[in-house]
Ligand binder design. Structure first.
Ligand code: MF3
Ligand code: CO
Length: 264
């Protein structure tokens, strides 16, 4: 097992893995179009990760997951399985979740894409999901308790009349896909470890336009909202630094800086 505090060498490798995962999202954007199917998207990402980046798609075979990426459309909360029969249509909102292994270290990232024009509610849901992640990133620095992350996400999401999914959480990441600590996206004071320089973990809130409850489909993977309301998720892998955090999976179109100084 690896330690919760990363060494300089590990941090160097995690920067490479995080950047690589982010580049897959930047590469795939132009393919998210009406009439595209999610299996073709999976193949493009798989080939890019394996052949161009000489890396490993971490989702493929993870607990038996059959594809290299997760693609989650509209009321799918997470873990959507790419499929030839599943075709994007105008107005869809789509989460693409990319996890890679490079030099034995993992990078994990996801974001929302719009298929053509989407309605106001869909746009607002995605915006609130991204802003909730950004708000949590802006308070990360050594000395703060972990529960503050979930607290600020939940407060912001609820204020906007959306709900936070509780079944899935962010996670430490390094030589393993999922490590300590568990990063909840809702308030729980038990979640009381104190952040330290050198910790690396993901934050990946899933938020629903209706109720927070979810249901697993018969395929054993696809998670949908129980009430069929829309769901949105953004995910970053982050490093705790001296005075803030570095967003290891930062992409060019972000509305936040890749290096945050978060003073009191
Ligand atoms: N990327 C997801 C995470 O953040 C995990 C996907 S599970 C898989 O943990 F099986 F699809 F890989
Ligand atoms: Co993750």
């Amino acid at each position: 097992m690896s330690c919760i505090i990363k060494t300089e060498l590990e941090i160097k490798k995690m920067r490479i893995s995080g950047q690589l995962a982010a580049e897959v999202l930047e590469m795939i954007e132009k393919y998210v179009q009406p009439d595209m199917n999610t299996e073709d998207l999976n193949i493009i990402c798989h080939d890019y990760i394996v052949n161009k980046k000489k890396a490993i798609p971490a989702c493929l075979g993870y607990h038996g997951f059959p594809k290299s990426i997760c693609v989650s459309i509209n009321d799918v909360v997470c873990h959507g399985i790419p499929n030839k029969q599943q075709i994007f249509k105008e107005g869809d909102i789509v989460n693409i979740d990319i996890a890679v292994i490079k030099n034995q270290y993992y990078g994990d990232v996801s974001k929302m894409f719009f298929v053509g024009q989407v309605n106001t509610l869909s746009k607002r849901l995605c915006q609130v999901a991204q802003e909730s992640l950004y708000l949590s990133l802006k308070l990360i620095r050594p000395g703060i308790p972990l529960y503050k992350i979930g607290k600020i996400i939940e407060k912001y999401v609820n204020k906007n009349n959306f709900s936070v999914v509780q079944e899935y959480c962010g996670h430490g990441i390094g030589r393993n896909f999922h490590e300590e600590p568990h990063v909840l996206h809702y308030y729980n004071k038990e979640n009381s470890i104190i952040l330290e320089k050198g910790m690396i973990f993901t934050i990946e809130p899933m938020i629903n336009s209706g109720a927070r409850q979810v249901r697993c489909m018969p395929d054993g993977w696809t998670i949908k909202t129980k009430d069929h309301s829309l769901s949105a998720q953004y995910e970053h892998t982050v490093l705790v630094t001296d005075y803030g955090c570095d967003i290891l999976t930062w992409q060019k179109d972000e509305k936040i800086s890749p290096k945050l100084i978060n003073k009191k």
